[in-house]
Design a protein around this ligand. Structure first.
Ligand code: ZN
Length: 137
């Protein structure tokens, strides 16, 4: 599990990232920081769009950045938002693709950890590859 230094680093990265959120419509900036098994941290912010559904959550931005840089093994994600908020359903599904064991830290705008849980607790029955038809059918 995460030591205190790593945990503090992850919380700080999520808070710092939140400053860069692009949320001119909701005025609800969110920052995420994703810790890989290799010890790297990938941040994400929500990126909104004038065509509202085209925007993207902070958590998925962090995952997509990490995967695009060759990382697929994740240990934890910290999410910073006003009053703290857990990941939405779509983000839970995307995170579950890679690990249901990863720690999820829900952080408020002061950097307080309001909730520490796991992805498996947040999404106990994800859609996973076992539901897909076998290859070649
Ligand atoms: Zn989301």
């Amino acid at each position: 599990m995460m030591d205190e230094t790593t945990r503090a680093r992850l919380v700080a990265a999520a808070l710092e990232a939140r400053e860069r959120a692009y949320a001119p419509y909701s005025h609800y900036p969110v920052g995420a920081a994703l810790l890989t098994a290799s010890g790297r941290v990938f941040t994400g912010v929500n990126v909104e769009n004038a065509a509202y559904p085209s925007g993207m959550c902070a958590e998925r931005v962090a995952v997509f950045k990490a995967v695009s840089e060759g990382e697929r093994s994740f240990e934890a994600i910290a999410i910073a938002a006003a009053h703290g908020a857990p990941p939405c359903g779509a983000c839970r599904q995307v995170l579950a693709e890679f690990s249901t064991a990863m720690a999820v830290l829900v952080v408020d705008e002061q950097g307080r950890v309001l909730q520490e849980t796991t992805l498996g607790e947040l999404l106990p029955a994800p859609f996973d590859p076992s539901f897909l038809p076998p290859k070649g059918t």
